[in-house]
Design a protein around this ligand. Structure first.
Ligand code: ADP
Length: 912
């Protein structure tokens, strides 16, 4: 039997050869058939021989080496082998494997030994030796004599491997279960390895995606692609900090998934990036969650901001944590300011303490509320209602709450209180009757109602309404109250009668309101009772009046029509119907313009003005009628008023004056004719007057000569032949002389009078002062005789006139003043004046006998005298001369006088 050649360890194969000096023998039987031999028997005689060099080598190798004979008795064990088997080699030599390690039976190792021996083929294998829980690598080299086994314990390695595998498996599992897709991008070739997870994330099977960069690029959301690529290229240029890229990728089902890519970069020895390895994590859920969180956040922020009131949240240190925009708006503080403020800073006075208490309550009891004035930065106070709830947030106890502006409610409450107060005082103080009757029948009434019915309040309160209502009115009232109770009506107003304590009936205007509670249940009747007895009587009177008015209008002898504000007839008089040929018809309700379509626009305009309150009239107005004839109308239109003072329409008074108009026309014509005739007659009269004047002039002139003869001769007789005459003759002669004297005076005066105006009237400046001075000087002797005085105003002005005429005027007036004195009373004459524009009025006043009023005009006529010649001598031509002279000068003369007191003559002259 030749020694087998074997290697002592790997890598040293063929380096050392070793010939085993022993023959190995193996039983051809199964392992069970292998017989163990006694130690002695198996011990090889050569073992005690000095060792070979090669044997030494075997003893130092790291592999275990054993050799068995064909019976599986140990014939060689190297020290390393013994170590691994836990035995001293020498002890094993000669012993049988099956006996030493019965536990090996049935193990792959035992099977391999048997098989190798049988097949004479070396077997190299490694396996787990379960009985020892150790791993061995065996190289079994069979020979006819037995087996040589080189073995190494690989338990450590195997364990490490197993651990690695497990780790790998775990990692794979982890990667798979974490759904991490991996990619490995060769920057030089642009080829990318995409892991199955990478692909399955996007819904693809492994084979559906090639190793191309474009597979990624083409699936990134167009909106994200630019940013994603930029992030990648930035990272390639500057591979720090960590690569993080978020983008959306299109899934096979066309939806987009949010992907988080993380990666690291690999460089070559020159620091050139050659590879980028990374992962994909589908963060769609996270994104959705984030979005949802953001949406939730937005929602709660918006919800808080859209709260109508203020929202706040603060912790136990009274530090504000959150508040809404409204809080800033209402308080006027900036977020920065609020952050540093305490909730109590928004309150003042006693309310600060109240708030402090309530806040404390929230933190201790969990909830509270309070009404207080919320004070803004600008000092404004607004009543608010605040709530507070304690909650736990971020591990802290906090107060959250809202506040709402209750100004309106406060105002409403205030208004309600006020209105209640008002209602109460109105109820009490109203001078109309009021009663409040609850559904259960309790009545309260005010004094006015009691007074109205003549009862005291207490008396009336005990009565029910039926007792106070005449039988006739009970049922109608009941019907109304029933309709209120049924809810058909909420309020009612009606007239009814009440029975006064004295038995008389009082007419009342009754308003009843049924008040209900919030559920609509009837609470009480509020009744207002107004005594309208007088009004009722007045209305009746008014109705009577209206009737009277209608009758009055209808039967009025004038044409009257009363129209309403729409110009429709209310009533028209018979005379109206007759005047306008309207027959017997009843115009009531007909429009004025329907009746008279020909009414011109300017009249319609008049109607409109009158309807607006103007009174208009016309003394005569032509009215072109339909039939072409023109009627003349005298009309007057008044608006008429309703009781409330509103214009109800117009009243038209009219008179058809066509006849009168025609008559007037006739009169006008006649007048014109008359005037013409008067003019003619005046001219004739003037001529006659002139003739008369020249006649009287010539008469007086011609009479003077014979008169002078009569007077002259009579005087001679009276003087020279007196003695020849008896007493009677003497008397007659004296009378002739006297009469002819008087005749002479008369003729002189007449002559003076008729001469006036015959010569041209001069217009020159005459100093009245000088004129009057001269006249008085001439009269002085006679004045002194009777003890009379003349007072003339200083500075009498200059007047325009004729000196002769003015002399006549003032001469006559002063003469008369001196003449017509009261017996025994010396004349006192005053000449005064007054200027009036360009006129002067000179007054000559005396203290004489005066002139009766009825003669004050007459005395200016010729021969008008009020006295006999014996009383006051005169011709009666003086004042006529005065008037003629004044009129020739363009002036006026008149007298004012009181009998027994004196007279004043006024001469008005032009000054310049
Ligand atoms: P006689 O020559 O009568 O004075 P007059 O024409 O001067 O005529 O006056 C007419 C009449 O007017 C007088 O008769 C006299 O009755 C009355 N009369 C004139 N002047 C006065 C006067 N100053 N006072 C009273 N009566 C006067």
């Amino acid at each position: 039997m030749s020694m087998r050649v074997f290697t002592t360890c790997r890598g040293l194969e063929n380096a050392y050869t070793y010939k085993k000096p022993y023959n190995f023998s193996f039983s051809t039987q199964a392992e069970g058939a292998m017989k163990s031999k006694s130690r002695k028997e198996t011990r090889h005689p050569e073992t005690s021989t000095p060792k070979f060099q090669a044997e030494k080598v075997l003893e130092t190798v790291s592999d275990g080496i054993v050799a068995f004979d064909a019976e599986m008795n140990y014939i060689y064990v190297n020290p390393r082998g013994g170590e691994m088997l836990g035995r001293i080699p020498e002890d094993l030599i000669g012993r049988n494997y099956w006996a030493e390690y019965p536990e090996a039976k049935g193990t792959p190792f035992a099977e391999a030994y048997v098989r190798a021996f049988k097949t004479q083929q070396p077997i190299i294998f490694e396996d787990h030796f379960i009985p020892w829980d150790r791993w061995f690598e065996n190289r079994i080299y069979p020979s006819e004599d037995g087996l040589t086994i080189l073995f190494t314990e690989i338990t450590e390695k195997k364990r490490a491997e197993q651990a690695l595998n497990e780790a790998q498996a775990r990692l794979t599992l982890a990667v798979r279960s974490a759904n991490v897709g991996l990619w490995d991008w060769d920057l030089l070739t642009n080829k990318v390895y995409y892991s199955p997870e990478w692909k399955s994330q996007l819904g693809y099977a492994d084979h559906e995606i090639t190793n191309d960069f474009s597979e990624w690029e083409s699936r990134v959301h167009p909106d994200d692609l630019e940013h994603a690529k930029a992030t990648v290229s930035r990272y390639i240029q500057r591979p720090y900090p960590d690569f993080q890229n978020e983008f959306r990728m299109r899934h096979k089902d066309s939806s987009y998934r949010w992907i988080l890519a993380q990666a690291s970069i690999h460089m070559d020895e020159n620091g050139r990036p050659i590879r980028m390895i990374g992962s994909h994590i589908d963060i769609t859920q996270r994104k959705l969650a984030e979005e949802q969180i953001q949406a939730e956040r937005d929602f709660s922020r918006n919800a808080l901001n859209s709260l109508p009131g203020v929202f706040y949240m603060y912790d136990e240190d009274r530090k504000f944590l959150r508040w809404n925009q409204n809080f800033e708006k209402v308080t006027g503080y900036s977020p920065e300011e609020i952050f540093h403020m305490s909730p109590l800073d928004f309150f003042a006075g006693d309310e600060k303490n109240l708030l402090a208490e309530r806040i404390q309550e929230v933190f201790s009891v969990g909830v509270s509320q309070v009404e207080a004035d919320f004070i803004s930065k600008d000092g404004g106070h607004t009543p608010y209602f605040f709530t507070g709830h304690s909650i736990h947030a971020n591990g802290r106890k906090c107060l959250v709450g809202v506040g709402v502006d209750i100004s309106e409610r406060k105002q409403a409450e205030h208004a309600l209180r006020e209105s209640e107060k008002k209602f109460r005082s109105m109820f009490e103080a109203a001078n109309v009757g009021k009663s409040l009757t609850s559904i259960s029948g309790e009545i309260s009434i005010n004094r006015a109602f009691a007074n109205m019915l003549g009862y005291t309040r207490d008396e009336l309160q005990k009565k029910n309404w039926q007792e106070l209502t005449p039988i006739k009115d009970i049922e109608p009232t009941q019907t109304i109250l029933a309709s209120l109770m049924s809810g058909r009506e909420t309020a009612a107003r009606f007239n009814k009668r009440y029975i006064h304590k004295n038995g008389s009936h009082i007419w009342a205007d009754v308003s009843v309101v049924l008040q209900r509670d919030e559920q609509g249940q009837p609470l009480h009747f509020i009744t207002t009772i107004i005594d309208i007895t007088e009004r009722k009587q007045a209305t009746e009177a008014l109705q009577r009046n209206a009737q009277v008015l209608r009758l009055f209008v209808q039967h009025s002898p004038a044409a009257i029509a009363m129209l309403d504000h729409e110009m429709k007839y209310i009533v028209a008089s018979h005379r109206y119907l007759v005047d306008y040929d309207l027959g017997e018809q009843d115009l009531t309700g007909h429009s004025h313009y329907e009746v008279f379509p020909e009414i011109p626009e300017d009249w319609r305009e008049v109607h409109r003005r009158c309807l607006a309150g103007v009174v208009e009239k016309s003394e005569e107005d032509p009215f072109p009628r339909k039939d072409g004839k023109i009627d003349w109308i005298r009309w007057e239109i008044h608006p008429w008023y309703e009781r409330e003072g509103e214009i109800g329409g117009i009243i038209l008074f009219s008179e058809v004056i066509t006849q009168r108009k025609l008559a007037e026309e006739e009169i006008r014509k006649l007048n014109a004719e008359l005037e013409q005739r008067v003019l003619e007659r005046t001219a004739q009269l003037q001529t006659a007057n002139k003739e008369l004047e020249s006649f009287s002039y010539s008469i007086s002139h011609d009479l003077r000569a014979p008169l002078r003869a009569i007077n002259g001769f009579a005087a001679i007789i009276a003087r020279r032949h007196r003695t020849n005459l008896n007493e009677e003759g003497q008397h007659y002669v004296d009378n002739i002389v006297q009469a002819s004297d008087r005749m002479g005076l008369l003729i002189d005066d007449l002559l003076t009078y008729s001469r006036l105006g015959r010569s041209r009237v001069r217009r020159e400046k005459i100093s009245l002062s000088a004129l009057l001075d001269q006249i008085t000087r001439e009269m002085k002797g006679r004045l002194d005789e009777v003890g009379g005085t003349v007072h003339i105003d200083q500075d009498l002005p200059t007047a325009m006139g004729d000196g002769t005429l003015l002399n006549q005027v003032f001469g006559n007036l002063l003469e008369n003043a001196m003449k017509y004195t009261k017996a025994g009373i010396p004349p006192e004459i005053h000449v005064t004046y007054q200027t009036n524009g360009d006129h002067i009025v000179v007054r000559v006043s005396d203290n004489g006998i005066g002139i009766p009023a009825e003669y004050q005009e007459k005395i200016f006529n010729v021969f008008q005298r009020l006295h006999s010649d014996e009383e006051y001598p005169g011709t009666g031509i003086g004042l006529a001369t005065v008037r003629k002279a004044v009129e020739l000068l363009g002036g006026r003369v008149w007298v004012e006088s009181t009998v027994g007191e004196g007279s004043t003559f006024f001469i008005e002259l032009r000054m310049e």
